[in-house]
Design a protein around this ligand. Structure first.
Ligand SMILES: Cc1cc2nc3c(=O)[nH]c(=O)nc-3n(C[C@H](O)[C@H](O)[C@H](O)COP(=O)(O)OP(=O)(O)OC[C@H]3O[C@@H](n4cnc5c(N)ncnc54)[C@H](O)[C@@H]3O)c2cc1C
Length: 105
């Protein structure tokens, strides 16, 4: 359990660093579309993985409405949908990388 929590903390810090890089690029007036899109994609994925792992530690109680982890599990599911679904983020990234099928033909 403590190994998994250490890995999740590492993921959070990686995401935080990415967000800071995107913010720095925006302040500098650079195009930060790719970095911001990667951050949104990763935040959605972490928003699923993290509460799911924590809910597992709580067992059956984690599933009950009165535990905050249950709320986090449900609420963070929207992060991969609202404000642009995960697939839309991937489309933007592929466009930026020039790898979207049909581009450049
Ligand atoms: C609680 C809540 C609050 C919201 N608040 C706001 C708000 O304040 N302002 C606002 O403008 N909107 C808001 N929305 C709407 C939100 O932005 C949309 O739900 C979101 O853009 C996804 O659109 P959709 O629900 O129509 O799903 P759809 O566009 O129908 O997508 C359904 C699924 O299809 C897939 N998909 C979609 N497009 C593609 C694609 N191009 N390629 C491949 N797969 C794809 C994805 O898996 C996606 O999850 C809110 C939604 C919720 C649930």
């Amino acid at each position: 359990m403590h190994f998994k929590l250490a890995e999740l903390q590492t993921e959070i810090e990686l995401l935080r660093s990415l967000i800071y890089r995107a913010a720095e690029a925006m302040i500098a007036g650079a195009d930060m579309t790719q970095l911001a899109t990667m951050a949104k994609l990763k935040a959605g994925k972490l928003g699923r993985e993290l509460p799911s792992a924590c809910l597992q530690y709580w067992g059956g109680m984690g599933f009950m409405n009165e535990t905050p982890v249950s709320r986090a599990f449900r609420d963070h599911r929207i992060d991969s949908i609202a404000g642009g679904a995960e697939e839309v983020m991937l489309t933007i990234l592929c466009k930026g990388m020039g790898t979207l099928p049909g581009m450049g033909q």
